[in-house]
Design a protein around this ligand. Structure first.
Ligand SMILES: C[S@@+](CC[C@H](N)C(=O)[O-])C[C@H]1O[C@@H](n2cnc3c(N)ncnc32)[C@H](O)[C@@H]1O
Length: 222
């Protein structure tokens, strides 16, 4: 966990490049997304749509997002919702960046909490929706993360988001293994599309899994 924390504390300090890449904001980001992740402009839009497929435009319940990171992808969505939203991340530096963004967007009512997905500080069946964007390929204790995100979700609630899966793009897999895993940005072992499908189908009453290149999207009903 310390290696992951160190890596994301650093990202939090200099969040600008991370944010620009996540938001596909400029030429360098577009090149990085294409070369390392196989995502051109059209595929990036599909990736975004897939990541948020489980959150309806009129969602008005209680939502947990873990990990929120700097909130670069999710806070613009929250601006359009009238919902009770809790955002959790282990790195206080990533959270600081998210809080600055929320205040610049004048986004009130979103609560930010430092915490570990493996030990969520919420009661059982507390949320109508749990969202996890680019988290499960990072979390070191994946078993606890699957268990905890399930535990805090109400029966009939939606667990959705996206994550890296190996075996879809050889260049991405090489980059993940030799850079992201080694530098502590990701934590192996990684799921494949098939293993993720099996895992979610066994746990949830309904599970729909899609993919855009090496990113699997999931929308599951408890
Ligand atoms: C790749 S970032 C994704 C952030 C955001 N969802 C996004 O897509 O922009 C991964 C995040 O996971 C957080 N993280 C890592 N381990 C965690 C844990 N055990 N509990 C909560 N957050 C964790 C990191 O601090 C980092 O902010």
């Amino acid at each position: 966990m310390q290696k992951i924390l160190d890596a994301y504390q650093l990202v939090g300090y200099c969040s600008t490049f991370f944010d620009r890449m996540m938001a596909n904001a400029d030429l360098l980001a577009r090149l990085a997304l294409k070369i390392f992740w196989g995502l051109d402009a059209a595929a990036y839009q599909k990736f975004l749509a897939q990541a948020f497929a489980g959150i309806p435009k009129n969602f008005g319940g209680r939502l947990l997002e873990v990990p929120v990171g700097t909130g670069v992808l999710s806070l613009p969505i929250y601006q359009k919702l009238d919902a009770e939203i809790f955002c959790v991340d282990y790195s206080d530096k990533m959270l600081d960046a998210a809080k600055v963004r929320a205040s610049q967007m004048n986004l009130r009512g979103v609560k930010f909490l430092q915490g570990d997905v493996a030990k969520l500080p919420f009661a059982d069946n507390f949320f109508d929706a749990v969202l996890s964007i680019n988290g499960f390929h990072v979390f070191p204790d994946k078993n606890s993360a699957w268990t905890e995100t399930y535990r805090v979700l109400k029966s009939g609630g939606t667990f959705s988001g996206c994550m890296y899966v190996k075996g879809e793009n050889r260049r991405t897999d090489f980059f993940v293994e030799n850079f992201c895993d080694r530098q502590g940005f990701f934590s192996p072992p990684h799921e494949t599309f098939a293993s993720l499908q099996k895992k979610l189908s066994e746990r949830y009453a309904r599970a729909e899994i899609t993919n855009v290149e090496s990113f699997a999207g999931f929308v599951c009903t408890k």
